[in-house]
Design a protein around this ligand. Structure first.
Ligand code: PLP
Length: 378
Protein backbone atom coordinates (compact mmCIF):
# COMPACT_ATOMS: atom_id res chain seq x y z
CA UNK A 1 0.00 0.00 0.00
CA UNK A 2 1.47 3.37 -0.96
CA UNK A 3 0.86 6.63 0.84
CA UNK A 4 -1.59 7.64 -1.88
CA UNK A 5 -3.82 4.62 -1.20
CA UNK A 6 -4.55 5.13 2.47
CA UNK A 7 -7.73 6.91 3.51
CA UNK A 8 -7.93 10.48 4.74
CA UNK A 9 -8.86 9.45 8.28
CA UNK A 10 -5.89 7.09 8.61
CA UNK A 11 -3.58 9.70 7.16
CA UNK A 12 -4.93 12.42 9.46
CA UNK A 13 -4.44 10.47 12.70
CA UNK A 14 -0.86 9.49 11.78
CA UNK A 15 0.26 12.61 9.92
CA UNK A 16 3.66 13.91 10.93
CA UNK A 17 4.21 11.43 13.79
CA UNK A 18 7.82 10.48 14.47
CA UNK A 19 8.98 6.86 14.39
CA UNK A 20 8.04 5.17 17.69
CA UNK A 21 10.69 5.50 20.37
CA UNK A 22 10.41 3.35 23.49
CA UNK A 23 9.10 5.36 26.48
CA UNK A 24 8.43 8.41 24.32
CA UNK A 25 4.92 9.72 23.65
CA UNK A 26 3.25 9.22 20.28
CA UNK A 27 3.22 12.95 19.62
CA UNK A 28 6.04 14.52 21.64
CA UNK A 29 5.03 17.64 23.56
CA UNK A 30 5.79 21.22 22.54
CA UNK A 31 9.46 22.19 22.62
CA UNK A 32 9.80 25.57 24.30
CA UNK A 33 13.12 26.95 23.22
CA UNK A 34 14.41 30.34 22.12
CA UNK A 35 17.78 28.74 21.40
CA UNK A 36 19.31 25.26 21.36
CA UNK A 37 22.65 23.96 22.64
CA UNK A 38 24.97 24.69 19.78
CA UNK A 39 28.68 24.14 20.32
CA UNK A 40 31.02 24.60 17.38
CA UNK A 41 29.84 25.28 13.85
CA UNK A 42 26.31 26.79 13.91
CA UNK A 43 24.67 24.28 11.58
CA UNK A 44 21.08 23.02 11.91
CA UNK A 45 18.67 21.47 12.18
CA UNK A 46 17.98 23.48 15.35
CA UNK A 47 19.88 26.65 16.11
CA UNK A 48 17.61 29.55 17.02
CA UNK A 49 13.88 29.58 17.78
CA UNK A 50 12.89 32.05 15.07
CA UNK A 51 14.33 29.78 12.38
CA UNK A 52 13.36 26.25 13.41
CA UNK A 53 11.61 24.32 16.13
CA UNK A 54 11.05 20.53 16.33
CA UNK A 55 7.35 21.07 17.14
CA UNK A 56 6.98 23.02 13.89
CA UNK A 57 8.92 20.38 11.98
CA UNK A 58 6.45 17.66 12.98
CA UNK A 59 3.44 19.88 12.18
CA UNK A 60 4.97 20.90 8.84
CA UNK A 61 5.48 17.25 7.91
CA UNK A 62 1.88 16.49 8.91
CA UNK A 63 0.46 19.30 6.80
CA UNK A 64 2.68 18.31 3.88
CA UNK A 65 1.37 14.72 4.03
CA UNK A 66 -2.20 16.04 3.84
CA UNK A 67 -1.49 18.58 1.09
CA UNK A 68 0.40 16.16 -1.15
CA UNK A 69 0.32 12.53 0.06
CA UNK A 70 3.45 10.58 -0.80
CA UNK A 71 5.13 13.54 -2.44
CA UNK A 72 8.21 15.48 -1.56
CA UNK A 73 6.92 18.94 -0.62
CA UNK A 74 7.99 21.65 1.78
CA UNK A 75 5.66 23.26 4.29
CA UNK A 76 6.25 26.32 6.44
CA UNK A 77 4.00 27.25 9.33
CA UNK A 78 3.28 30.84 10.29
CA UNK A 79 1.74 32.81 13.15
CA UNK A 80 -1.50 33.35 11.19
CA UNK A 81 -3.09 32.94 7.79
CA UNK A 82 -2.25 36.54 6.92
CA UNK A 83 1.40 35.95 7.82
CA UNK A 84 1.44 33.00 5.39
CA UNK A 85 -0.33 34.94 2.62
CA UNK A 86 1.94 37.98 3.03
CA UNK A 87 5.01 35.74 3.04
CA UNK A 88 4.16 34.35 -0.40
CA UNK A 89 3.17 37.67 -1.95
CA UNK A 90 6.03 39.68 -0.50
CA UNK A 91 8.74 37.07 -1.07
CA UNK A 92 7.71 36.39 -4.68
CA UNK A 93 7.00 39.90 -5.95
CA UNK A 94 9.22 42.93 -6.36
CA UNK A 95 8.80 46.49 -7.61
CA UNK A 96 7.70 46.50 -11.25
CA UNK A 97 6.00 43.10 -11.06
CA UNK A 98 2.29 42.55 -11.60
CA UNK A 99 0.03 40.41 -9.45
CA UNK A 100 -3.57 39.31 -10.01
CA UNK A 101 -5.74 39.14 -6.90
CA UNK A 102 -9.37 38.03 -6.59
CA UNK A 103 -11.80 40.97 -6.38
CA UNK A 104 -13.97 38.99 -3.96
CA UNK A 105 -11.33 37.45 -1.71
CA UNK A 106 -10.69 37.54 2.02
CA UNK A 107 -11.47 40.91 3.56
CA UNK A 108 -7.86 41.76 4.46
CA UNK A 109 -6.69 41.38 0.84
CA UNK A 110 -7.56 45.01 -0.01
CA UNK A 111 -5.10 46.10 2.69
CA UNK A 112 -2.41 43.97 1.07
CA UNK A 113 -3.43 45.38 -2.30
CA UNK A 114 -2.63 48.90 -1.05
CA UNK A 115 0.63 47.76 0.51
CA UNK A 116 1.78 45.99 -2.66
CA UNK A 117 1.05 49.13 -4.67
CA UNK A 118 3.00 51.21 -2.18
CA UNK A 119 5.96 48.90 -2.91
CA UNK A 120 5.65 49.57 -6.65
CA UNK A 121 3.89 46.32 -7.53
CA UNK A 122 1.05 46.59 -10.01
CA UNK A 123 -2.16 44.95 -8.78
CA UNK A 124 -5.02 43.78 -10.97
CA UNK A 125 -8.23 42.25 -9.68
CA UNK A 126 -11.04 40.19 -11.18
CA UNK A 127 -13.84 38.14 -9.60
CA UNK A 128 -13.47 34.44 -8.82
CA UNK A 129 -16.63 33.34 -10.65
CA UNK A 130 -16.60 32.45 -14.38
CA UNK A 131 -12.76 32.25 -14.25
CA UNK A 132 -12.70 36.01 -14.78
CA UNK A 133 -9.10 36.25 -13.59
CA UNK A 134 -8.08 34.69 -16.94
CA UNK A 135 -8.80 37.96 -18.69
CA UNK A 136 -6.26 39.96 -16.66
CA UNK A 137 -3.36 37.47 -16.54
CA UNK A 138 -1.22 38.98 -19.27
CA UNK A 139 2.29 39.69 -18.03
CA UNK A 140 1.52 38.92 -14.39
CA UNK A 141 4.21 37.33 -12.22
CA UNK A 142 1.76 35.78 -9.79
CA UNK A 143 -1.90 34.80 -9.82
CA UNK A 144 -3.63 34.60 -6.44
CA UNK A 145 -6.72 32.36 -6.36
CA UNK A 146 -9.23 31.94 -3.56
CA UNK A 147 -11.67 29.14 -4.33
CA UNK A 148 -14.27 28.77 -2.92
CA UNK A 149 -14.21 32.52 -2.32
CA UNK A 150 -15.02 33.91 1.08
CA UNK A 151 -17.79 34.82 1.78
CA UNK A 152 -19.47 34.61 -1.67
CA UNK A 153 -18.63 30.90 -2.25
CA UNK A 154 -17.87 31.32 -5.93
CA UNK A 155 -15.57 28.69 -7.43
CA UNK A 156 -13.13 28.94 -10.34
CA UNK A 157 -11.64 26.17 -12.44
CA UNK A 158 -8.21 25.98 -10.79
CA UNK A 159 -6.70 23.59 -13.37
CA UNK A 160 -7.77 25.84 -16.23
CA UNK A 161 -6.38 28.97 -14.59
CA UNK A 162 -3.11 27.21 -13.72
CA UNK A 163 -2.66 25.92 -17.28
CA UNK A 164 -3.11 29.36 -18.76
CA UNK A 165 -0.95 31.02 -16.09
CA UNK A 166 1.90 28.55 -16.51
CA UNK A 167 1.77 28.86 -20.29
CA UNK A 168 2.69 32.54 -19.90
CA UNK A 169 5.15 32.02 -17.05
CA UNK A 170 2.88 33.15 -14.21
CA UNK A 171 3.13 31.48 -10.79
CA UNK A 172 -0.09 30.42 -9.06
CA UNK A 173 -0.96 30.44 -5.36
CA UNK A 174 -4.26 29.15 -4.00
CA UNK A 175 -5.77 30.24 -0.68
CA UNK A 176 -7.20 26.88 0.37
CA UNK A 177 -8.51 27.96 3.78
CA UNK A 178 -12.16 27.15 3.22
CA UNK A 179 -11.66 23.70 1.72
CA UNK A 180 -8.68 22.46 3.81
CA UNK A 181 -6.43 19.83 2.16
CA UNK A 182 -9.14 17.20 2.71
CA UNK A 183 -11.49 19.23 0.53
CA UNK A 184 -9.08 20.28 -2.20
CA UNK A 185 -5.41 19.76 -3.06
CA UNK A 186 -4.16 22.82 -4.93
CA UNK A 187 -0.73 21.31 -5.72
CA UNK A 188 -2.38 18.34 -7.44
CA UNK A 189 -4.42 20.85 -9.46
CA UNK A 190 -1.13 22.35 -10.62
CA UNK A 191 -0.69 25.33 -8.28
CA UNK A 192 2.79 26.35 -7.16
CA UNK A 193 1.72 27.30 -3.64
CA UNK A 194 -1.06 26.06 -1.40
CA UNK A 195 -1.63 28.65 1.31
CA UNK A 196 -4.11 28.64 4.17
CA UNK A 197 -5.28 30.13 7.39
CA UNK A 198 -5.22 27.15 9.73
CA UNK A 199 -7.14 29.27 12.21
CA UNK A 200 -10.30 27.94 10.53
CA UNK A 201 -11.29 24.36 9.71
CA UNK A 202 -7.77 22.98 9.75
CA UNK A 203 -7.42 23.37 13.55
CA UNK A 204 -11.17 23.66 14.03
CA UNK A 205 -11.59 24.67 17.66
CA UNK A 206 -11.61 28.44 17.36
CA UNK A 207 -8.75 28.82 19.82
CA UNK A 208 -5.57 29.18 17.72
CA UNK A 209 -4.31 31.49 14.99
CA UNK A 210 -2.01 29.76 12.53
CA UNK A 211 -1.19 29.61 8.82
CA UNK A 212 0.90 27.60 6.39
CA UNK A 213 2.45 27.58 2.94
CA UNK A 214 3.16 24.33 1.06
CA UNK A 215 5.07 24.15 -2.21
CA UNK A 216 7.09 21.65 -4.25
CA UNK A 217 9.89 23.86 -5.48
CA UNK A 218 12.61 24.03 -2.86
CA UNK A 219 13.99 27.30 -4.17
CA UNK A 220 10.57 28.95 -3.74
CA UNK A 221 10.27 27.38 -0.32
CA UNK A 222 13.64 28.85 0.65
CA UNK A 223 12.41 32.30 -0.39
CA UNK A 224 9.31 31.95 1.77
CA UNK A 225 11.44 30.62 4.63
CA UNK A 226 13.74 33.62 4.32
CA UNK A 227 10.73 35.91 4.52
CA UNK A 228 9.56 34.19 7.70
CA UNK A 229 12.99 34.70 9.19
CA UNK A 230 13.09 38.38 8.28
CA UNK A 231 9.61 39.22 9.51
CA UNK A 232 9.56 36.72 12.36
CA UNK A 233 5.85 35.88 11.97
CA UNK A 234 6.35 32.51 13.65
CA UNK A 235 3.86 30.38 15.59
CA UNK A 236 4.44 29.65 19.26
CA UNK A 237 5.35 26.02 20.02
CA UNK A 238 2.15 25.58 22.04
CA UNK A 239 -0.02 26.69 19.10
CA UNK A 240 1.90 24.45 16.73
CA UNK A 241 1.49 21.47 19.04
CA UNK A 242 -2.23 22.12 19.56
CA UNK A 243 -2.64 22.34 15.80
CA UNK A 244 -0.91 19.02 15.27
CA UNK A 245 -3.08 17.41 17.94
CA UNK A 246 -6.18 18.85 16.22
CA UNK A 247 -5.23 17.38 12.84
CA UNK A 248 -5.92 13.89 14.15
CA UNK A 249 -9.67 14.66 14.08
CA UNK A 250 -9.61 16.62 10.82
CA UNK A 251 -11.44 14.02 8.77
CA UNK A 252 -14.05 13.38 11.49
CA UNK A 253 -14.74 17.08 11.87
CA UNK A 254 -14.78 17.97 8.20
CA UNK A 255 -16.95 15.03 7.20
CA UNK A 256 -19.51 15.88 9.87
CA UNK A 257 -19.44 19.57 9.00
CA UNK A 258 -19.79 18.97 5.27
CA UNK A 259 -22.64 16.48 5.58
CA UNK A 260 -24.59 18.75 7.92
CA UNK A 261 -23.84 21.79 5.72
CA UNK A 262 -25.42 19.99 2.76
CA UNK A 263 -28.48 19.05 4.85
CA UNK A 264 -28.80 22.62 6.04
CA UNK A 265 -28.48 23.97 2.50
CA UNK A 266 -31.21 21.59 1.30
CA UNK A 267 -33.55 22.73 4.08
CA UNK A 268 -32.81 26.41 3.46
CA UNK A 269 -33.48 25.93 -0.26
CA UNK A 270 -37.10 25.11 0.63
CA UNK A 271 -37.70 28.38 2.50
CA UNK A 272 -39.39 31.42 0.98
CA UNK A 273 -37.67 33.77 3.42
CA UNK A 274 -34.18 32.67 2.32
CA UNK A 275 -32.69 34.01 -0.92
CA UNK A 276 -29.28 33.99 -2.57
CA UNK A 277 -28.48 30.59 -1.03
CA UNK A 278 -24.98 29.34 -1.86
CA UNK A 279 -23.30 26.03 -1.09
CA UNK A 280 -20.91 24.48 -3.62
CA UNK A 281 -22.03 20.99 -2.61
CA UNK A 282 -25.67 21.68 -3.42
CA UNK A 283 -26.66 20.29 -6.84
CA UNK A 284 -27.96 23.27 -8.75
CA UNK A 285 -25.60 25.74 -7.08
CA UNK A 286 -23.81 27.85 -9.74
CA UNK A 287 -20.47 26.52 -8.37
CA UNK A 288 -21.46 22.87 -8.18
CA UNK A 289 -20.24 21.60 -11.54
CA UNK A 290 -16.72 23.03 -11.27
CA UNK A 291 -16.52 22.33 -7.52
CA UNK A 292 -17.34 18.66 -8.15
CA UNK A 293 -14.39 18.36 -10.55
CA UNK A 294 -11.78 19.71 -8.17
CA UNK A 295 -13.11 19.34 -4.63
CA UNK A 296 -13.42 16.17 -2.58
CA UNK A 297 -15.45 17.85 0.17
CA UNK A 298 -17.35 21.11 -0.16
CA UNK A 299 -16.59 22.81 3.15
CA UNK A 300 -18.47 23.94 6.25
CA UNK A 301 -19.74 27.33 5.02
CA UNK A 302 -23.24 28.04 3.71
CA UNK A 303 -24.23 31.58 2.79
CA UNK A 304 -27.65 33.12 2.22
CA UNK A 305 -29.63 36.32 2.45
CA UNK A 306 -32.53 37.36 4.62
CA UNK A 307 -34.81 40.26 3.74
CA UNK A 308 -32.92 42.99 5.55
CA UNK A 309 -30.54 43.85 8.35
CA UNK A 310 -33.23 43.71 11.05
CA UNK A 311 -34.39 40.24 10.02
CA UNK A 312 -30.80 39.00 9.92
CA UNK A 313 -29.98 40.42 13.37
CA UNK A 314 -33.14 38.93 14.84
CA UNK A 315 -32.29 35.53 13.31
CA UNK A 316 -28.79 35.59 14.85
CA UNK A 317 -30.17 36.59 18.26
CA UNK A 318 -32.68 33.77 18.25
CA UNK A 319 -30.14 31.01 17.51
CA UNK A 320 -29.38 28.86 20.55
CA UNK A 321 -26.64 26.49 19.28
CA UNK A 322 -24.93 28.95 16.97
CA UNK A 323 -22.51 31.66 18.12
CA UNK A 324 -22.81 35.10 16.57
CA UNK A 325 -19.13 35.32 15.70
CA UNK A 326 -16.81 35.76 12.78
CA UNK A 327 -14.39 33.12 11.45
CA UNK A 328 -15.54 29.64 10.36
CA UNK A 329 -14.65 25.97 10.31
CA UNK A 330 -14.91 25.39 14.06
CA UNK A 331 -16.62 22.51 15.90
CA UNK A 332 -19.17 25.01 17.27
CA UNK A 333 -21.44 26.45 14.63
CA UNK A 334 -21.15 30.18 14.13
CA UNK A 335 -22.86 32.72 11.94
CA UNK A 336 -22.63 36.40 11.30
CA UNK A 337 -24.19 39.23 9.36
CA UNK A 338 -21.27 39.79 7.09
CA UNK A 339 -22.28 43.33 6.15
CA UNK A 340 -21.40 44.53 9.64
CA UNK A 341 -17.71 44.64 8.68
CA UNK A 342 -18.27 46.87 5.67
CA UNK A 343 -15.49 45.20 3.60
CA UNK A 344 -17.38 42.70 1.43
CA UNK A 345 -19.80 43.42 -1.40
CA UNK A 346 -22.79 41.83 0.34
CA UNK A 347 -26.38 42.86 1.10
CA UNK A 348 -27.43 44.00 4.59
CA UNK A 349 -29.22 40.71 5.22
CA UNK A 350 -26.32 38.47 4.06
CA UNK A 351 -25.49 35.65 6.52
CA UNK A 352 -22.30 33.60 6.46
CA UNK A 353 -23.08 30.41 8.34
CA UNK A 354 -20.38 28.00 9.48
CA UNK A 355 -21.61 24.52 10.32
CA UNK A 356 -20.08 22.82 13.35
CA UNK A 357 -20.11 19.31 14.75
CA UNK A 358 -23.48 19.47 16.54
CA UNK A 359 -26.11 16.79 15.89
CA UNK A 360 -27.67 17.79 12.57
CA UNK A 361 -31.26 17.56 13.90
CA UNK A 362 -30.46 19.97 16.75
CA UNK A 363 -28.72 22.45 14.51
CA UNK A 364 -31.29 22.43 11.72
CA UNK A 365 -34.13 22.58 14.24
CA UNK A 366 -32.49 25.61 15.81
CA UNK A 367 -32.05 27.37 12.47
CA UNK A 368 -35.65 26.75 11.39
CA UNK A 369 -37.00 27.98 14.73
CA UNK A 370 -34.83 31.12 14.58
CA UNK A 371 -35.94 31.83 11.00
CA UNK A 372 -39.60 31.50 12.03
CA UNK A 373 -39.09 33.79 15.02
CA UNK A 374 -37.19 36.34 12.97
CA UNK A 375 -40.01 36.35 10.43
CA UNK A 376 -42.82 36.68 12.96
CA UNK A 377 -41.31 39.70 14.75
CA UNK A 378 -43.33 42.84 14.30
C1 PLP B 1 -9.37 33.88 7.89
C2 PLP B 1 -8.85 33.89 6.52
C3 PLP B 1 -7.59 34.41 6.24
C4 PLP B 1 -6.73 35.06 7.31
O1 PLP B 1 -6.31 34.15 8.27
P1 PLP B 1 -5.85 34.57 9.75
O2 PLP B 1 -5.45 33.28 10.35
O3 PLP B 1 -7.04 35.23 10.40
O4 PLP B 1 -4.72 35.54 9.60
C5 PLP B 1 -7.13 34.35 4.93
N1 PLP B 1 -7.87 33.81 3.95
C6 PLP B 1 -9.09 33.32 4.18
C7 PLP B 1 -9.87 32.73 3.05
C8 PLP B 1 -9.63 33.34 5.47
O5 PLP B 1 -10.85 32.86 5.68
Amino acid sequence: MTDQDIGDGTRAVRAGLPEPVKYEPTLPGPVFAAHFHLPGEPTGPYTYGRDENPTWTRLERAIGELEAPGEDVETLVFASGMAAISAVLLSQLKAGDTVVLPADGYQALPLLHEQLQAYGIQVRTAPTGADAQLSVLDGAGLLWIESPSNPGLDVCDIRRLVQRAHSVGTLVAVDNTLATPLGQRPLALGADFSVASDTKGMTGHGDILLGHVTCRDSRRAAEVRRWRKIVGAIPGPMEAWLAHRSLATLQLRIDRQCSTALLLARVLAERDDVTGLRYPGLPGDPSHAVASQQMRRFGPVVSFELADRKRAERFLEELRFVDDATSFGGVRSSAERRGRWGGDAVTEGFIRFSVGAEDPEDLIGDVLRALDKAGSAG
